[in-house]
Design a protein around this ligand. Structure first.
Ligand code: PEP
Length: 302
């Protein structure tokens, strides 16, 4: 369905292949400490319920102009009603457009909902399972799993959000909660189809979203490792787990993104409040571009 390319600015690596290594069969159990996926760096902007169709296009164009850096996939996810303005403003700019949600059915009696068919030509990415939707719209892991299946079958590139509440972290249950969310949404799904669709996971501790508090980069990296372990071992993804980009989200700014991108297991940010500010976006994407260059050099990619 998608009429825009996912990332015109970044040469795509075949998913399921590993830089400097052979392709790896999906479903093989166990993780390799030798081969690492050459995962893309991604900065995704979640504008939430901000902007109108009168101002969203101009903001998107300004951000696109201020973030022209090689090696970083940029995605802007405005409200549904701003998608066409943002799409028009971003034509030829190398920035992808995403939706913030999608219904699991393609059409029917679902008042107020938006289907994947309606997003055709408007968005190529979609955020799924954001904690604000889990909280306000009572989305369950099972429902999010259905949305994920719909996104994949409709050619939308999904960002699946997972993360624990503060009480769950304080009780030492953060990894268990996130693993449950992954199992709930992903059980029974074909890893090859997901990875082939460019599946992305965003780890967003709920207590860090919009609060000005962040996880420590070490805790975020430990969770990224736990997420890949859950995919690889519990869900049987094997090596395919290594090619899933994992973003950190939760009060990310240009001042703190460097800490998170300093962790090799973290591949970018899902950014809310700061993504509405062109200066902030410029700073975050510039830092991501620097990290992309360093990682490519480390892997001997020219
Ligand atoms: C988000 O919307 O996913 C998010 C992380 O928001 P913020 O950056 O404002 O915390």
């Amino acid at each position: 369905m998608a009429s825009q390319s996912h990332s015109p600015a970044v040469p795509s690596l075949p998913f399921g292949r590993f830089a400097n290594g052979p392709s790896v069969p999906f479903g093989a159990r166990g993780r390799s400490v030798i081969m690492h996926a050459m995962r893309p760096l991604i900065i995704a902007a979640n504008w939430k319920m901000n902007t109108t169709s009168a101002d969203a296009g101009e903001l998107a164009a300004t951000i696109a102009a201020r973030t022209e850096e090689p090696g970083v996939i940029r995605v802007i996810c405005p409200p549904f009603v701003c998608l066409s303005a943002v799409r028009d403003a971003l034509v030829g700019k190398g920035v992808a457009v995403g939706a913030q949600n999608v219904h699991h059915e393609l059409a029917g009696a679902y008042t107020g909902e938006i289907s994947a068919a309606m997003l055709d030509g408007l968005a190529t990415w979609v955020i799924l399972g954001h904690s604000e939707r889990r909280r306000d719209a009572h989305e369950t892991d099972e429902l999010i799993g259905k949305k994920l299946a719909r996104a994949i079958s409709s050619g939308l590139r999904p960002i699946l959000c997972v993360g624990e509440l503060l009480a769950e972290r304080e009780a030492g249950r953060a990894v268990e909660i996130v693993a449950d969310q992954l199992r709930g949404a992903l059980a029974g799904k074909d890893p090859e189809a997901l990875v082939g669709a460019g599946f992305v996971i965003a780890y967003e501790p709920v207590w860090a979203i919009g609060t000005g508090r962040t996880a420590s980069s070490a805790d975020a990296a430990a969770m990224a490792d736990a997420i890949r372990s859950t995919l690889a071992a519990d869900l049987g993804w094997g090596q395919a787990a290594e090619s899933v980009p994992i973003l950190y989200g939760g009060s990310v700014t240009s001042a703190n993104i460097g800490e998170f991108l300093g962790e090799p297991s973290i591949d970018g940010g899902l950014v809310g409040g700061a993504s509405l500010k062109p200066d902030e976006m410029a700073g975050m994407v510039a830092r991501a571009a620097l990290v992309a260059r360093t990682r490519a050099q480390d892997k001997g990619v020219r």
